[in-house]
Design a protein around this ligand. Structure first.
Ligand code: NAD
Length: 484
């Protein structure tokens, strides 16, 4: 079987890149090359920006209700190709089929919310701000926006932004992660089938060089980034230097606090999914389990027992609960963190390093791994590992837990498991993290709420999704009016 060379989608055409640099896209469960992705040239990025700029004026004059109808068409096509999209995600990213189906559902939900643009985009007004003078706010699109996406949700993340941007009347360029470019390619084929006018949505494959052209170009008005904190800092500073709107959703180290009054048996499914779902490669994944007081021992024992029963394998195979990590390089990085944990004196009570999956000996698998006796100052307690490695850190009180949560630089998500409303409120009120879960292991905001994040997990002020997205993708123009 010949392996496909991916193309760019510019101005309504699929075009082959003129670059001589292609990267291999590999299935993480099999190590097989499944596509080649081009590192596109400067000229190709510029062509996409030009196409998006030229499409802008006509698109912004298209009535919002008509723009919304394109979103309805896209939604229907995504429903029709639901299973196919999920299978592509499994093959390029490695998560299980059920996890991939969940991703497709969340992706579609963003398209659904954007169909409400005629209402969402309305401004507001007040008569008689002074005698006979009226004042109102209108929202207007700005022009060309782009998204720079991470590997872990290849289909969904660009859809945290694109549907809102485009429904508001902007035009768009997607730059997928070069590790997982296939589901965006398929999505753009569906966008083409939905009949979006040429230039409204474009796709340019590549890596840093493509990003730099997008961020430096005067015709790009804004950028949405999702990825690691190191790259987020670079992108935030570069984009702002070039006068752009920018929102950067970044890395994480998420704590799960379990109070003594928690119902452990009912919570275990959520905890497993939080720590080991998507092989720990979620920005909302639990990283540190913090039992408070006496619940420590029973919780730890049940947690280890449940984790050791998880079925690891290829995401397309029946009954598999955890797939591989994204790449061989990433696997090595996670294994290095496990070594560091051991050297720093944490107790390895479940070791996933030597896991073997029959039939997939070359896959990048790591089994669920659990450290006990983790201390706040240890590297494994402070840095994002982004793999199936859980750290257990016992604390004596909720106050102590919150103090430790605040000592890490990240502020993406934190959860509490309790049956006390008082503890839950205290946690929600005080914890400096953008996404808070109460008896929820993965505090993932729905499409009509902003996907929040604080401290080094977010750079910017307006978040993705929800009303924040409408504000990010529009200018609020104020008109003050008097008629003689
Ligand atoms: P990454 O930062 O390595 O890459 C993200 C994107 O940036 C890719 O498209 C990549 O091509 C581009 N990029 C990489 N280096 C660059 C550079 N030097 N200059 C310009 N562009 C560059 O992230 P990743 O490994 O793909 O994704 C995992 C990370 O994403 C984790 O840290 C995770 O926590 C984070 N993440 C955060 C959220 C959130 O909402 N906060 C959601 C998903 C993932």
């Amino acid at each position: 079987m010949t392996v496909r060379k991916l193309q760019n989608y510019i101005n309504g055409q699929w075009v082959e890149s003129k670059t001589d640099q292609f990267l291999e896209v590999k299935n993480p469960a099999t190590d097989e090359v499944i596509a080649y992705v081009p590192l596109s040239t400067r000229e190709e990025v510029e062509a996409a920006i030009k196409a998006a700029k030229e499409a802008f004026w006509e698109w912004r004059q298209t009535p919002p209700l008509v723009r919304a109808r394109y979103m309805f068409k896209l939604k229907n096509l995504m429903e029709e190709h639901y299973e196919e999209l999920a299978r592509i995600i499994v093959q390029e990213e490695g998560k299980t089929l059920d996890e991939a189906r969940g991703e497709v559902r969340r992706a579609i939900e963003n398209v659904e919310v954007a169909t409400g643009i005629p209402s969402l985009m309305m401004g507001y007004n007040l008569e008689d701000v002074a005698s006979g003078i009226d004042e109102y706010v209108i929202r207007q699109p700005l022009g060309v926006f782009c998204c720079i996406a991470p590997f872990n949700f290849p289909l969904m993340v660009p859809l945290w932004f694109m549907p809102y941007a485009v429904a508001c009347g902007n035009t768009y360029i997607v730059k997928p992660s070069e590790q997982v470019p296939m589901s965006q390619t398929r999505l753009l084929e569906l966008i083409e089938e939905a009949g979006f006018p040429p230039g409204v949505v474009n796709l340019v494959n590549g890596a840093k060089e493509v990003v730099d052209v997008l961020l430096e170009h005067p015709d790009v008005k804004g950028a949405s980034f999702v990825g690691s904190t190191r790259v987020a800092k670079y992108i935030y500073s570069k984009a702002t230097q070039h006068g752009k709107r920018v929102q950067c959703q970044a890395g994480a180290k998420n704590f799960i606090v379990v109070m003594p009054d928690c119902d452990v048996d009912k919570s275990m499914g959520s905890l497993m999914s939080s720590f080991f779902g998507s092989a720990g490669e979620r920005c909302l994944a639990g990283a540190i389990l913090m039992p408070v007081g006496d619940i420590y021992e029973p919780l730890r024992d049940k947690f280890v027992e449940a984790a050791s029963r998880l079925k690891i394998g290829y995401g397309l195979d029946e009954g598999v609960q955890m797939g591989p990590v994204i790449s061989r390089r990433h696997k090595e990085r996670v294994l290095k963190y496990i070594e560091i944990g051991i050297q720093e004196g944490a107790k390895l009570i479940l070791d996933g390093r030597n896991v073997k999956v029959k039939g997939y000996e070359n896959g990048y698998f790591i089994g669920p791994t659990i450290f006990d006796d983790v201390k706040p100052e240890m590297t494994i307690a402070r840095e994002e590992i982004f793999g199936p490695v859980a750290c257990i850190m016992r604390v004596d009180s909720l106050d102590e837990a919150i103090e430790i949560i605040h000592s890490v630089p990240y502020g993406n998500a934190a959860s509490i498991f309790t049956s006390s409303g008082k503890w839950a409120r205290e946690f929600r009120y005080r914890v400096q993290c953008g996404n808070i879960g109460i008896n929820i292991g993965i505090a993932a905001p729905m499409a009509f709420f902003p996907f929040s994040g604080m401290k080094e997990s977010f750079f910017g002020d307006l978040h993705g999704q929800g009303r924040d997205a409408i504000n990010f993708f529009t200018e609020r123009k104020v008109v003050i009016e008097r008629w003689f």
